[in-house]
Design a binder for this molecule. Structure first.
Ligand code: GLU
Length: 468
Protein backbone atom coordinates (compact mmCIF):
# COMPACT_ATOMS: atom_id res chain seq x y z
CA UNK A 1 0.00 0.00 0.00
CA UNK A 2 1.34 3.44 -0.89
CA UNK A 3 1.04 5.82 2.02
CA UNK A 4 -0.79 9.00 1.09
CA UNK A 5 -0.96 11.96 3.45
CA UNK A 6 -2.28 15.44 2.97
CA UNK A 7 -2.01 18.92 4.41
CA UNK A 8 -5.36 20.66 4.15
CA UNK A 9 -5.15 24.26 5.33
CA UNK A 10 -8.02 26.71 5.19
CA UNK A 11 -6.67 29.88 3.57
CA UNK A 12 -8.05 32.27 6.14
CA UNK A 13 -4.74 33.70 7.37
CA UNK A 14 -1.00 33.16 7.31
CA UNK A 15 0.69 29.81 7.53
CA UNK A 16 1.38 29.80 11.25
CA UNK A 17 3.88 27.55 12.97
CA UNK A 18 1.17 25.17 14.20
CA UNK A 19 0.03 24.58 10.64
CA UNK A 20 3.61 24.34 9.44
CA UNK A 21 4.34 21.65 12.00
CA UNK A 22 1.24 19.69 10.93
CA UNK A 23 2.42 19.96 7.32
CA UNK A 24 5.93 18.88 8.31
CA UNK A 25 4.72 15.79 10.17
CA UNK A 26 2.51 14.76 7.21
CA UNK A 27 5.39 15.42 4.83
CA UNK A 28 7.88 13.45 6.93
CA UNK A 29 5.52 10.52 7.28
CA UNK A 30 4.97 10.37 3.52
CA UNK A 31 8.67 10.77 2.74
CA UNK A 32 9.73 8.17 5.28
CA UNK A 33 7.44 5.59 3.69
CA UNK A 34 8.13 6.60 0.08
CA UNK A 35 4.53 7.74 0.00
CA UNK A 36 2.78 10.72 -1.54
CA UNK A 37 2.17 14.08 0.09
CA UNK A 38 -0.81 16.05 -1.15
CA UNK A 39 -1.67 19.71 -0.67
CA UNK A 40 -5.33 20.61 -0.52
CA UNK A 41 -6.59 24.13 -0.06
CA UNK A 42 -9.86 24.10 1.86
CA UNK A 43 -11.27 27.33 0.53
CA UNK A 44 -14.99 26.67 0.63
CA UNK A 45 -15.55 29.33 3.26
CA UNK A 46 -15.83 32.05 0.65
CA UNK A 47 -16.16 34.84 3.17
CA UNK A 48 -13.00 34.07 5.10
CA UNK A 49 -10.77 32.62 2.38
CA UNK A 50 -8.50 35.04 0.54
CA UNK A 51 -6.08 34.68 -2.38
CA UNK A 52 -3.44 36.40 -0.22
CA UNK A 53 -3.72 33.59 2.31
CA UNK A 54 -3.40 30.99 -0.42
CA UNK A 55 -0.22 32.72 -1.59
CA UNK A 56 1.08 32.92 1.97
CA UNK A 57 0.54 29.18 2.41
CA UNK A 58 2.22 28.28 -0.88
CA UNK A 59 5.08 30.65 -0.15
CA UNK A 60 5.47 29.25 3.36
CA UNK A 61 5.56 25.67 2.10
CA UNK A 62 8.14 26.59 -0.53
CA UNK A 63 10.27 28.45 2.02
CA UNK A 64 10.25 25.42 4.33
CA UNK A 65 10.99 23.06 1.45
CA UNK A 66 7.82 21.03 2.02
CA UNK A 67 7.29 19.91 -1.55
CA UNK A 68 4.08 18.15 -2.47
CA UNK A 69 3.57 15.39 -5.00
CA UNK A 70 -0.01 16.29 -5.89
CA UNK A 71 -1.97 19.50 -5.76
CA UNK A 72 -2.59 22.12 -4.72
CA UNK A 73 -6.17 20.99 -5.10
CA UNK A 74 -8.74 23.68 -4.44
CA UNK A 75 -12.02 22.65 -2.92
CA UNK A 76 -13.80 25.49 -4.70
CA UNK A 77 -12.97 23.70 -7.96
CA UNK A 78 -14.72 20.56 -6.77
CA UNK A 79 -18.26 21.74 -6.09
CA UNK A 80 -19.66 19.54 -8.89
CA UNK A 81 -18.14 16.49 -7.30
CA UNK A 82 -19.55 17.38 -3.87
CA UNK A 83 -23.00 17.85 -5.39
CA UNK A 84 -22.71 14.48 -7.06
CA UNK A 85 -21.87 12.65 -3.83
CA UNK A 86 -24.56 14.60 -2.02
CA UNK A 87 -27.20 13.36 -4.49
CA UNK A 88 -25.95 9.80 -4.05
CA UNK A 89 -26.16 10.19 -0.31
CA UNK A 90 -29.74 11.41 -0.50
CA UNK A 91 -30.75 8.76 -3.06
CA UNK A 92 -29.32 6.00 -0.87
CA UNK A 93 -31.04 7.30 2.24
CA UNK A 94 -27.84 8.36 4.02
CA UNK A 95 -28.90 12.00 4.09
CA UNK A 96 -32.13 13.96 4.18
CA UNK A 97 -33.55 17.43 3.67
CA UNK A 98 -34.29 19.37 6.82
CA UNK A 99 -36.66 22.33 6.74
CA UNK A 100 -36.34 23.42 10.36
CA UNK A 101 -35.80 27.16 10.46
CA UNK A 102 -33.08 28.91 12.44
CA UNK A 103 -35.66 30.30 14.83
CA UNK A 104 -37.17 26.86 15.45
CA UNK A 105 -33.77 25.33 16.06
CA UNK A 106 -32.86 28.07 18.48
CA UNK A 107 -36.11 27.72 20.37
CA UNK A 108 -35.61 23.97 20.75
CA UNK A 109 -32.04 24.48 21.74
CA UNK A 110 -33.03 26.90 24.50
CA UNK A 111 -35.64 24.44 25.74
CA UNK A 112 -33.05 21.63 25.83
CA UNK A 113 -30.68 23.81 27.81
CA UNK A 114 -33.50 24.73 30.20
CA UNK A 115 -34.13 21.00 30.73
CA UNK A 116 -30.39 20.60 31.34
CA UNK A 117 -30.07 18.38 28.28
CA UNK A 118 -27.13 18.49 25.92
CA UNK A 119 -28.33 20.77 23.11
CA UNK A 120 -28.43 19.11 19.70
CA UNK A 121 -30.64 18.64 16.67
CA UNK A 122 -33.67 16.50 17.59
CA UNK A 123 -33.78 14.69 14.23
CA UNK A 124 -37.29 15.98 13.57
CA UNK A 125 -36.92 15.84 9.76
CA UNK A 126 -34.97 12.56 9.69
CA UNK A 127 -37.86 10.45 8.54
CA UNK A 128 -40.13 13.19 7.22
CA UNK A 129 -39.26 12.46 3.61
CA UNK A 130 -38.91 16.14 2.63
CA UNK A 131 -37.85 16.87 -0.92
CA UNK A 132 -35.55 19.73 -1.87
CA UNK A 133 -36.86 23.21 -1.22
CA UNK A 134 -35.29 26.66 -1.05
CA UNK A 135 -33.43 27.08 2.24
CA UNK A 136 -33.69 23.38 3.16
CA UNK A 137 -30.37 22.06 4.46
CA UNK A 138 -29.13 18.50 4.01
CA UNK A 139 -28.26 16.48 7.08
CA UNK A 140 -26.31 13.25 7.37
CA UNK A 141 -28.18 10.33 8.94
CA UNK A 142 -25.72 9.46 11.63
CA UNK A 143 -26.16 5.90 12.96
CA UNK A 144 -28.29 5.96 16.10
CA UNK A 145 -26.56 3.18 17.95
CA UNK A 146 -23.17 1.70 18.51
CA UNK A 147 -19.81 3.39 18.82
CA UNK A 148 -17.07 4.76 16.63
CA UNK A 149 -13.62 3.71 17.74
CA UNK A 150 -10.76 5.92 16.68
CA UNK A 151 -7.38 4.25 17.18
CA UNK A 152 -5.49 7.47 17.02
CA UNK A 153 -1.73 7.16 16.47
CA UNK A 154 -1.07 9.96 18.93
CA UNK A 155 -4.05 10.04 21.29
CA UNK A 156 -4.54 6.30 21.59
CA UNK A 157 -7.98 4.71 21.49
CA UNK A 158 -10.86 7.20 21.64
CA UNK A 159 -14.41 5.86 21.68
CA UNK A 160 -17.41 7.96 20.61
CA UNK A 161 -21.03 6.91 21.14
CA UNK A 162 -23.22 7.40 18.12
CA UNK A 163 -26.14 8.52 20.26
CA UNK A 164 -23.99 11.46 21.32
CA UNK A 165 -23.46 12.61 17.73
CA UNK A 166 -25.73 14.98 15.83
CA UNK A 167 -27.20 14.54 12.38
CA UNK A 168 -24.84 17.17 11.09
CA UNK A 169 -25.57 19.57 8.26
CA UNK A 170 -23.60 18.56 5.18
CA UNK A 171 -25.07 21.10 2.73
CA UNK A 172 -26.32 24.58 3.60
CA UNK A 173 -29.58 26.16 2.48
CA UNK A 174 -27.84 27.59 -0.58
CA UNK A 175 -26.61 24.12 -1.53
CA UNK A 176 -22.95 24.66 -0.61
CA UNK A 177 -21.30 21.73 1.16
CA UNK A 178 -19.93 22.06 4.69
CA UNK A 179 -16.42 21.35 5.92
CA UNK A 180 -17.01 17.86 7.31
CA UNK A 181 -18.56 16.69 4.07
CA UNK A 182 -15.94 18.10 1.69
CA UNK A 183 -13.15 16.59 3.81
CA UNK A 184 -14.81 13.19 3.60
CA UNK A 185 -15.29 13.33 -0.16
CA UNK A 186 -11.75 14.58 -0.69
CA UNK A 187 -10.04 12.13 1.66
CA UNK A 188 -11.91 9.35 -0.15
CA UNK A 189 -11.28 10.60 -3.70
CA UNK A 190 -7.65 11.41 -3.00
CA UNK A 191 -7.04 7.98 -1.49
CA UNK A 192 -5.69 9.40 1.75
CA UNK A 193 -4.37 6.62 3.98
CA UNK A 194 -3.23 8.73 6.93
CA UNK A 195 -4.82 11.91 8.20
CA UNK A 196 -2.41 13.87 10.36
CA UNK A 197 -3.98 17.06 11.70
CA UNK A 198 -4.50 19.23 14.75
CA UNK A 199 -6.41 17.76 17.67
CA UNK A 200 -9.02 20.49 17.36
CA UNK A 201 -10.45 18.17 14.70
CA UNK A 202 -10.65 15.05 16.88
CA UNK A 203 -14.37 15.55 17.50
CA UNK A 204 -15.04 15.67 13.77
CA UNK A 205 -13.39 12.32 13.23
CA UNK A 206 -16.26 9.99 14.28
CA UNK A 207 -18.66 11.94 12.05
CA UNK A 208 -16.25 11.71 9.14
CA UNK A 209 -15.71 7.99 9.73
CA UNK A 210 -19.48 7.38 9.73
CA UNK A 211 -19.82 9.23 6.43
CA UNK A 212 -16.89 7.34 4.88
CA UNK A 213 -18.51 4.08 5.91
CA UNK A 214 -21.79 5.19 4.37
CA UNK A 215 -19.83 5.75 1.18
CA UNK A 216 -18.30 2.27 1.44
CA UNK A 217 -14.86 3.82 1.74
CA UNK A 218 -12.22 2.56 4.15
CA UNK A 219 -11.53 5.31 6.69
CA UNK A 220 -7.88 6.38 6.83
CA UNK A 221 -5.73 6.04 9.94
CA UNK A 222 -5.76 9.18 12.08
CA UNK A 223 -3.17 11.03 14.07
CA UNK A 224 -4.29 14.12 15.97
CA UNK A 225 -1.44 16.24 17.13
CA UNK A 226 -1.74 18.60 20.08
CA UNK A 227 -1.64 22.32 19.57
CA UNK A 228 1.36 24.49 20.25
CA UNK A 229 1.32 26.61 23.38
CA UNK A 230 2.99 29.91 24.21
CA UNK A 231 5.77 29.97 26.79
CA UNK A 232 3.17 30.88 29.39
CA UNK A 233 1.17 27.72 28.66
CA UNK A 234 -1.66 29.65 26.98
CA UNK A 235 -2.81 28.91 23.46
CA UNK A 236 -0.32 30.34 20.99
CA UNK A 237 -1.29 33.72 19.59
CA UNK A 238 0.23 36.85 18.09
CA UNK A 239 1.02 38.25 21.49
CA UNK A 240 3.67 35.54 21.89
CA UNK A 241 5.66 37.13 19.04
CA UNK A 242 6.12 35.73 15.56
CA UNK A 243 3.62 33.04 14.69
CA UNK A 244 3.63 33.14 10.92
CA UNK A 245 6.29 31.31 8.95
CA UNK A 246 6.87 34.34 6.72
CA UNK A 247 7.45 36.54 9.73
CA UNK A 248 10.19 34.19 10.89
CA UNK A 249 11.70 34.39 7.41
CA UNK A 250 11.59 38.18 7.54
CA UNK A 251 13.24 38.12 10.97
CA UNK A 252 16.16 36.25 9.42
CA UNK A 253 15.48 32.67 10.41
CA UNK A 254 16.64 29.89 8.10
CA UNK A 255 14.21 27.19 6.99
CA UNK A 256 16.67 24.55 8.22
CA UNK A 257 16.42 25.99 11.73
CA UNK A 258 12.64 26.36 11.65
CA UNK A 259 12.13 22.81 10.40
CA UNK A 260 14.51 21.45 13.01
CA UNK A 261 12.71 23.48 15.68
CA UNK A 262 9.26 22.40 14.55
CA UNK A 263 10.10 18.71 14.37
CA UNK A 264 11.22 18.84 18.00
CA UNK A 265 8.05 20.64 19.15
CA UNK A 266 6.19 17.50 20.09
CA UNK A 267 8.60 14.81 18.96
CA UNK A 268 11.97 13.58 20.20
CA UNK A 269 14.62 11.05 19.41
CA UNK A 270 16.62 10.53 22.58
CA UNK A 271 18.15 13.86 23.46
CA UNK A 272 19.32 14.68 19.95
CA UNK A 273 18.61 18.31 19.06
CA UNK A 274 20.12 18.76 15.60
CA UNK A 275 18.63 16.78 12.76
CA UNK A 276 19.38 16.97 9.08
CA UNK A 277 16.34 16.50 6.92
CA UNK A 278 17.51 13.02 5.95
CA UNK A 279 17.95 12.12 9.60
CA UNK A 280 14.55 13.34 10.67
CA UNK A 281 12.93 11.59 7.73
CA UNK A 282 14.59 8.33 8.70
CA UNK A 283 13.89 8.66 12.42
CA UNK A 284 10.45 10.27 12.53
CA UNK A 285 7.53 8.12 13.47
CA UNK A 286 4.06 9.52 13.99
CA UNK A 287 3.60 7.13 16.91
CA UNK A 288 6.37 8.91 18.79
CA UNK A 289 4.63 12.28 18.64
CA UNK A 290 3.83 13.40 22.18
CA UNK A 291 0.21 13.40 23.23
CA UNK A 292 0.74 16.43 25.46
CA UNK A 293 0.91 19.93 24.02
CA UNK A 294 4.34 21.46 23.49
CA UNK A 295 5.27 25.06 24.27
CA UNK A 296 7.28 27.32 22.00
CA UNK A 297 10.87 28.01 22.95
CA UNK A 298 12.19 31.09 21.12
CA UNK A 299 15.66 30.74 22.68
CA UNK A 300 16.02 27.29 21.24
CA UNK A 301 14.95 28.48 17.82
CA UNK A 302 17.58 31.21 18.00
CA UNK A 303 20.20 28.69 19.06
CA UNK A 304 19.30 26.41 16.16
CA UNK A 305 19.38 29.34 13.75
CA UNK A 306 22.83 30.29 14.96
CA UNK A 307 23.94 26.70 14.51
CA UNK A 308 22.82 26.64 10.88
CA UNK A 309 24.24 30.09 10.12
CA UNK A 310 27.59 28.86 11.44
CA UNK A 311 27.61 25.53 9.68
CA UNK A 312 26.01 26.04 6.28
CA UNK A 313 28.41 26.92 3.43
CA UNK A 314 29.19 30.64 3.31
CA UNK A 315 28.15 30.86 -0.34
CA UNK A 316 24.75 29.47 0.57
CA UNK A 317 24.30 31.95 3.42
CA UNK A 318 25.48 34.79 1.15
CA UNK A 319 22.74 34.01 -1.35
CA UNK A 320 20.12 34.20 1.38
CA UNK A 321 21.66 37.28 2.99
CA UNK A 322 21.73 39.36 -0.20
CA UNK A 323 18.02 40.31 -0.14
CA UNK A 324 18.32 41.48 3.48
CA UNK A 325 21.17 43.78 2.49
CA UNK A 326 19.29 44.99 -0.56
CA UNK A 327 16.35 45.81 1.72
CA UNK A 328 18.71 48.01 3.76
CA UNK A 329 19.77 49.79 0.60
CA UNK A 330 23.28 48.31 0.47
CA UNK A 331 24.99 48.29 -2.92
CA UNK A 332 26.80 44.98 -3.07
CA UNK A 333 28.96 46.09 -5.96
CA UNK A 334 30.46 48.80 -3.74
CA UNK A 335 32.37 46.46 -1.45
CA UNK A 336 34.03 43.09 -1.01
CA UNK A 337 32.60 39.79 -2.26
CA UNK A 338 29.65 39.02 -0.02
CA UNK A 339 30.82 35.47 0.59
CA UNK A 340 33.98 36.82 2.25
CA UNK A 341 31.96 39.09 4.50
CA UNK A 342 29.73 36.16 5.42
CA UNK A 343 32.76 34.05 6.30
CA UNK A 344 33.89 36.81 8.65
CA UNK A 345 30.46 37.04 10.27
CA UNK A 346 29.24 33.45 10.48
CA UNK A 347 30.34 33.09 14.09
CA UNK A 348 28.95 36.48 15.03
CA UNK A 349 25.32 36.59 13.94
CA UNK A 350 22.30 34.66 15.16
CA UNK A 351 19.92 35.74 12.38
CA UNK A 352 20.25 37.01 8.83
CA UNK A 353 18.85 40.34 9.99
CA UNK A 354 21.68 40.65 12.50
CA UNK A 355 24.18 39.56 9.86
CA UNK A 356 22.88 42.10 7.37
CA UNK A 357 23.27 44.82 9.98
CA UNK A 358 26.88 43.79 10.59
CA UNK A 359 27.62 43.27 6.91
CA UNK A 360 26.22 46.62 5.83
CA UNK A 361 29.29 48.54 7.06
CA UNK A 362 31.34 46.92 4.30
CA UNK A 363 29.16 48.46 1.59
CA UNK A 364 28.72 52.00 2.88
CA UNK A 365 30.29 54.57 0.55
CA UNK A 366 31.26 56.70 3.56
CA UNK A 367 31.51 56.34 7.29
CA UNK A 368 29.93 58.79 9.64
CA UNK A 369 31.19 58.72 13.20
CA UNK A 370 28.21 60.28 14.88
CA UNK A 371 28.29 58.59 18.28
CA UNK A 372 30.07 60.97 20.74
CA UNK A 373 31.44 57.95 22.62
CA UNK A 374 33.14 56.76 19.46
CA UNK A 375 34.39 60.24 18.66
CA UNK A 376 35.90 60.38 22.15
CA UNK A 377 37.69 57.04 21.67
CA UNK A 378 39.47 58.38 18.61
CA UNK A 379 40.20 61.75 20.21
CA UNK A 380 41.79 60.06 23.23
CA UNK A 381 44.18 58.02 21.11
CA UNK A 382 47.60 59.65 20.56
CA UNK A 383 47.52 61.29 17.19
CA UNK A 384 51.04 60.16 16.26
CA UNK A 385 50.03 56.51 16.74
CA UNK A 386 47.10 56.97 14.35
CA UNK A 387 49.16 58.92 11.86
CA UNK A 388 51.94 56.33 11.92
CA UNK A 389 49.41 53.63 11.28
CA UNK A 390 47.84 55.49 8.36
CA UNK A 391 51.32 55.71 6.89
CA UNK A 392 52.05 52.05 7.58
CA UNK A 393 48.74 51.07 5.98
CA UNK A 394 49.56 53.14 2.89
CA UNK A 395 52.97 51.55 2.47
CA UNK A 396 52.41 47.97 3.66
CA UNK A 397 53.98 45.52 1.19
CA UNK A 398 50.69 43.67 0.80
CA UNK A 399 47.12 44.14 1.96
CA UNK A 400 46.71 40.88 3.81
CA UNK A 401 45.43 40.05 7.28
CA UNK A 402 48.99 39.30 8.38
CA UNK A 403 50.38 42.58 7.03
CA UNK A 404 47.55 44.57 8.63
CA UNK A 405 48.00 42.82 11.93
CA UNK A 406 51.74 43.48 11.87
CA UNK A 407 51.20 47.18 11.05
CA UNK A 408 48.79 47.65 13.95
CA UNK A 409 51.07 45.79 16.31
CA UNK A 410 54.13 47.83 15.36
CA UNK A 411 52.30 51.15 15.65
CA UNK A 412 50.83 50.15 19.01
CA UNK A 413 54.14 48.98 20.49
CA UNK A 414 56.02 52.03 19.19
CA UNK A 415 53.55 54.34 20.91
CA UNK A 416 53.22 52.36 24.12
CA UNK A 417 49.69 51.10 23.46
CA UNK A 418 48.17 47.66 23.65
CA UNK A 419 46.95 46.11 20.40
CA UNK A 420 43.31 46.49 21.49
CA UNK A 421 43.75 50.14 22.47
CA UNK A 422 44.80 50.96 18.92
CA UNK A 423 42.49 48.51 17.18
CA UNK A 424 39.32 50.10 18.55
CA UNK A 425 39.83 53.67 17.22
CA UNK A 426 40.82 52.18 13.87
CA UNK A 427 37.69 50.10 13.80
CA UNK A 428 35.61 53.19 14.49
CA UNK A 429 37.49 55.18 11.86
CA UNK A 430 37.10 52.61 9.11
CA UNK A 431 33.58 51.32 9.85
CA UNK A 432 31.94 54.18 11.72
CA UNK A 433 30.92 51.70 14.45
CA UNK A 434 32.45 50.07 17.49
CA UNK A 435 31.46 46.55 16.44
CA UNK A 436 33.01 44.52 13.63
CA UNK A 437 35.01 41.34 13.10
CA UNK A 438 38.69 41.37 14.20
CA UNK A 439 40.45 44.48 12.93
CA UNK A 440 42.76 42.68 10.49
CA UNK A 441 39.78 40.91 8.84
CA UNK A 442 37.72 44.08 8.80
CA UNK A 443 40.44 46.13 7.16
CA UNK A 444 41.34 43.38 4.70
CA UNK A 445 37.71 43.21 3.60
CA UNK A 446 37.34 46.97 3.27
CA UNK A 447 40.46 47.31 1.14
CA UNK A 448 43.55 49.41 1.56
CA UNK A 449 42.37 52.58 -0.12
CA UNK A 450 39.25 52.96 1.97
CA UNK A 451 41.06 52.22 5.20
CA UNK A 452 43.80 54.77 4.57
CA UNK A 453 41.35 57.47 3.50
CA UNK A 454 38.98 56.88 6.38
CA UNK A 455 41.74 56.76 8.92
CA UNK A 456 43.14 60.06 7.63
CA UNK A 457 39.80 61.81 7.66
CA UNK A 458 39.05 60.52 11.16
CA UNK A 459 42.38 61.95 12.34
CA UNK A 460 41.63 65.28 10.68
CA UNK A 461 38.21 65.38 12.30
CA UNK A 462 39.43 64.49 15.77
CA UNK A 463 42.48 66.74 15.78
CA UNK A 464 41.46 69.80 13.73
CA UNK A 465 44.09 72.05 15.34
CA UNK A 466 46.86 69.99 13.77
CA UNK A 467 45.33 70.19 10.34
CA UNK A 468 47.84 71.59 7.81
N1 GLU B 1 -8.98 22.83 6.86
C1 GLU B 1 -8.81 22.38 8.19
C2 GLU B 1 -8.03 23.41 8.98
O1 GLU B 1 -7.34 24.23 8.40
C3 GLU B 1 -8.06 21.07 8.30
C4 GLU B 1 -8.93 19.92 7.97
C5 GLU B 1 -8.27 18.59 8.11
O2 GLU B 1 -7.04 18.51 8.21
O3 GLU B 1 -9.01 17.63 8.06
O4 GLU B 1 -8.12 23.41 10.18
Amino acid sequence: MTIRTRFAPSPTGYLHIGGARTALYSWLFARKHQGRFILRIEDTDLERSTPESVDAILEGMAFLGLDYDEGPFYQTARFDRYREVLSEFIAQGHAYYCTCTKAELEERRAAQIARKEKPRYDRRCRDAGHGPSPQAVVRFKNPLEGTVVVDDAVKGRVVFRNDELDDLVIARGDGTPTYNFTVVVDDMDMGITHVIRGDDHLNNTPRQINMLRALDATPPAYAHIPMILGEDGARLSKRHGAVSVMQYRDEGYLPEALINYLVRLGWAHGDQEIFTRAEMTALFDIKDVHAAAAAINPKKLLWLNQHYIKTLPAADIAKRLAPFLAARGADLTAGPALVEVVTALQERAKTLVEMAEQAHIFYKPETVIDDPKNQAIIASTPRPALAALAEAFATAPAWTREAIHAAVETAATTHGLTFGKLAQPIRIAVTGTAVSPPIDITCALLGRERCVLRLKSAIALAFPETRP
